[in-house]
Write a protein that binds this ligand. Structure first.
Ligand SMILES: *[C@@H]1O[C@H](CO)[C@@H](O)[C@H](O)[C@H]1NC(C)=O
Length: 177
């Protein structure tokens, strides 16, 4: 008897949370199959223990924006604390790195304002802020392409950031419907 209770009370909420993540990831990956891979989406939410307890898409939105913002912060600090201190970068690369650092630190404000707008039901502002934040990945990458033969030291980071941000944007679109 007591074992059944344990199973019901422990397993059911877990199964429910897992379904919320998988259902949501299924929905948004179907809506944008090119940019959102179902497996990456599930893995992304799996990296945050709060996902297991989430009981609504709103909570997944908080988690997604948080993960996107954390990535933005971590890229900014990699640029400022590591890359800009590395003497191997020439003036062109340094200037590109500074541009990226500015993009990503401004992006934090876009994400925060976008999330607040979304919660307040102001979808146009939410969409434009989150889209602006999303562009930082490709925009940073493009900064390095302005000089022939220049290799971006941030390709992997920009790509990871973009894929996290696209989940935040898709959830914004999902809530808008
Ligand atoms: C993400 O959430 C954690 C836990 O609530 C918080 O400490 C952290 O500051 C958040 N990160 C960002 C970038 O908002």
């Amino acid at each position: 008897m007591s074992q059944i209770f344990i199973i019901l009370f422990v397993a059911l909420p877990l199964a429910k949370a897992r379904n919320l993540v998988t259902d949501t990831c299924m929905k948004i990956s179907k809506a944008d199959p090119e940019n959102i891979k179902y497996g990456f989406c599930v893995k992304t939410f799996g990296s945050d223990p709060r996902s297991t307890k989430a009981s609504s898409v709103d909570e997944l939105v908080d988690i997604s924006f948080n993960l996107t913002s954390s990535k933005s912060k971590s890229i900014t600090s990699t640029i400022n604390q590591v890359l800009l201190k590395d003497p191997k970068f020439d003036p062109f690369a340094r200037s590109a790195l500074e541009t990226c650092s500015d993009l990503y630190s401004d992006g934090l404000d876009d994400l925060q304002t976008g999330l607040e707008a979304l919660k307040g039901g102001d979808f146009p502002t939410a969409m434009s802020r989150v889209s602006a934040a999303l562009d930082n990945g490709p925009d940073c990458e493009d900064t390095f392409k302005e000089k022939e033969g220049e290799v971006s030291p941030l390709t992997k980071e920009n790509d990871e950031y973009f894929h996290l941000a696209v989940i935040s944007l898709s959830l914004t679109v999902l809530l808008k419907k």
